[in-house]
Ligand binder design. Structure first.
Ligand code: FAD
Length: 641
């Protein structure tokens, strides 16, 4: 049956990429359909119940700055929050939250169900409708044909998914879910370049069988005994600690020699070591058998016992992801302190799945072969909810722009972690599941979590994904930051009017000219709070109060402080970006025949011909394309070659 209504954008898959893609396209005013296996699993966390972390938290804040759902849902579902690297510089500080998976899913579902322009439909998609070189819709398992002007595929680990526990395996998309076999076959038929990857998950444990008295308690920030007691971190720029449910601690135990011996005794029945699994797994998130094998000299590993929610006893033992046979899983879990009587609720497993080589995507994430078909999330070779959400938002926006007849939105590496993620994927491809780290961003001083809104909300508003309430709150904050910065710059104090001890603390000895408060703030050991105390508050606190800076007081103070402390470094980084901009953004002609650029080596010519970078900056990041080759290419372009 041909469904009578036609859509602008169809999103296939209701995971983290799909939900952000569908919400973004709908916020832009596109008539959007989200087709997914099961409405009950919208926003499901397939693996660990946590959001954020270093690099990943940055992506979540960027999605949030552009009106996305992940951070808000985390504020509503988060049962433990921590600011990682809090004693380090602001560039690497990151928010991480433990989420109640039921509350998280409920928050996502509520947002989806209440989003204007968005329709949900529960059905597996088995086929794509392609006319000529353009996708025109999707066909479901029972043969319903939905037509649309663009299709975003976000089907995660489901394509030809194969689940492994020991030497046994079966087809599946995720434990308890069916794989996508027909769609996988159809994509193979369309000859989109692909490969196999794998990921894994640990067995889950019934908390009633854990002896917590043998484990170390790890409270979250703001919790009794935690950092900054009484002040709970918040994820979303639109969030508030009052949205958080009850907070609970995590627990820590350790593997030991006996655990490692048990694990080794299962190597001969491990699907990884016996060659049953061919897909490459994430190096940075290895299975426990991989860790014991690779780091044989380590006699213990830390294992975090993370609660899965407030209304369940289920615990996620972070650090023992495994596909070893169940008898080994059972024994290894019970060899650890506090877990001697542990009851396993769900076995751990590994999953192998198809992914598509992201180098076959344009920078907008549209496939090069089929117009109107976009890919986002784990299908592009990444791992992680946050990486998926960021790509989903991006592909949803670009599908929406295409439908509107507008060019794509392409954030640069200097503008967002999202820009780094996209550029890495399309220029370098993946050899293992890709995850984000702050070290991947060369301009990380300006790509901080705290300024994600300052970097992206205005762009989001122009694209139509930021609503009025978010825009108004953002403007209030931005105005307050610039007002307060100007006020500090215009307020001059003579150190002599400061109490002697205060003047010496702030300025050292022998300085007797005037300073403005912004300059004082630049000095080591001076923070905003200490400015307020100067001279009894006469110069600094007159009109600075919670009332004038409003709700966003802490966020405004944070921005003013960071701008003062790091302005030198940030300005230098901006200059670097400007110097590189011409070269970075120089567009390469779409029809350039690289094989005719005689100055380049054959290897470089072949690589450029194959990957067809859109800009000189992208060309420079393709492996094997040397700086010398880039210079030669630039000369060739200047000659009009
Ligand atoms: P998913 O969240 O997988 O969502 C895909 C959605 O598409 C699902 O709703 C599915 O039902 C739907 N779908 C699939 N096929 C069809 C179809 N044909 N028709 C309709 N709907 C369809 N990440 C980490 O960061 N660390 C880890 O340790 C980790 N371990 C993992 C372990 C396992 C076992 C799994 C399965 C995943 C793991 N991940 C891990 C990855 C993380 O779950 C994913 O990165 C993330 O969920 C990807 O989001 P996504 O939206 O791309 O896909």
């Amino acid at each position: 049956m041909l469904y009578p209504q036609e859509f602008d954008v169809i999103v296939v898959g209701g995971g983290h990429a799909g939900t952000e893609a569908a919400l973004a396209a709908a916020r832009m005013g596109c008539k959007t359909l989200l087709l997914t296996h099961n409405i009950e699993t919208l926003g499901q966390m397939s693996c660990n119940p946590s959001i954020g972390g270093i690099g990943k938290g940055h992506l979540v804040k960027e999605v949030d700055a552009m009106g996305g759902a992940m951070a808000l849902a985390t504020d509503r579902g988060g049962i433990q929050f921590r600011i990682l690297n809090s004693s380090k510089g602001p560039a690497v500080r990151a928010t991480r939250a433990q989420a109640d998976r039921i509350l998280y899913k409920a928050a996502i579902r509520e947002m989806l169900e209440n989003q204007p322009n968005l329709w949900l439909f529960q059905q597996a998609v088995d086929d794509l409708m392609v006319e000529g070189e353009r996708v025109v819709g999707a066909v479901t398992q029972i043969g319903i044909q939905f037509r649309a002007r663009a299709v975003v595929l976000t089907v995660g680990t489901f394509l030809d998914g194969k689940i492994h526990v020991g030497l046994r395996n079966h087809a599946g998309g995720r434990a308890g879910d069916p794989p996508s076999m027909s769609l996988s076959a159809r994509l193979k038929e369309l000859q989109l370049p692909q490969g196999r990857l794998k990921t894994g998950t640990p067995p889950r444990i019934d908390g009633r069988s854990i002896d917590f008295s043998q484990c170390t308690e790890q409270p979250g920030d703001g919790m009794p005994g935690g950092v900054n007691e009484g002040v709970l971190p918040v994820f979303s720029f639109r969030g508030h600690a009052s949205l958080h449910p009850r907070q609970v601690p995590c627990w820590v135990t350790h593997t030991n020699q006996r655990t490692h011996d048990i694990i080794r005794s299962g190597f001969d029945r491990s699907p990884m070591f016996t060659g049953k699994i061919e897909g490459v797994g994430p190096r940075y998130c290895p299975s426990v058998e991989d860790k014991i094998n690779r780091f044989a000299d380590k006699d213990s590993h830390q294992i975090f016992l993370e609660p899965e929610g407030l209304t369940t006893h289920e615990y996620y033992p972070n650090g023992i992801s495994t596909s070893l046979p169940f008898d080994i899983q059972y024994a290894l879990v019970r060899s650890m302190k506090g877990l001697e009587n542990a009851h396993i609720l769900r076995p751990g497993y590994a999953i192998e799945y198809d992914y598509f080589d992201p180098r076959a995507l344009k920078s907008s994430f549209e496939t090069r072969q089929i117009q109107g078909l976009f890919f986002a999330g784990q299908i592009n070779g990444t791992t992680g909810y946050e990486e998926a959400a960021a790509q989903g938002l991006f592909a949803g926006i670009n599908a929406g722009l295409q439908v509107r007849g507008q060019g794509p939105w392409l954030p640069g590496r200097d503008e967002a972690y999202l820009g780094v993620l996209i550029d890495d994927l399309i220029t370098k491809g993946v050899t293992e599941p890709y995850r984000m780290f702050t070290s991947r961003a060369e301009f990380r001083l300006q790509l901080r979590e705290d300024n994600a809104d300052m970097r992206l909300t205005e762009v989001g508003r122009a694209l139509g994904v930021v609503d009025d309430a978010q825009w108004d709150a953002f403007n209030r904050k931005r105005d307050a930051v610039s007002r307060e910065t100007e006020r500090l710059k215009a307020t001059w104090v003579n150190p002599r009017i400061l109490p002697q001890s205060e003047a010496e603390r702030v300025l050292g000895k022998g300085i007797d000219h005037e300073y403005n408060l912004f300059d004082l703030l630049r000095r080591p050991g001076v923070d905003y709070a200490s400015l307020l105390g100067m001279d009894g508050g006469k110069y600094a606190s007159a009109d600075v109060s919670r009332e004038t800076l409003g709700d966003a007081h802490d966020a405004v103070v944070e921005q003013v402080e960071i701008a003062a402390k790091y302005s030198g470094y940030i300005d230098r980084q901006k200059e670097e970006v400007q110097r590189a901009a011409h070269y970075e953004n120089l567009r390469l002609p779409a029809d350039l025949d690289y094989m005719q650029v005689a100055a380049l080596s054959i290897e470089v010519r072949q690589k450029l011909q194959k990957h067809r970078p859109e800009t000189l900056g992208q060309a420079s990041r393709i492996s094997g394309v040397t700086p010398a080759a880039v210079s030669l290419l630039m000369i060739h372009l200047k000659k009009g070659g």
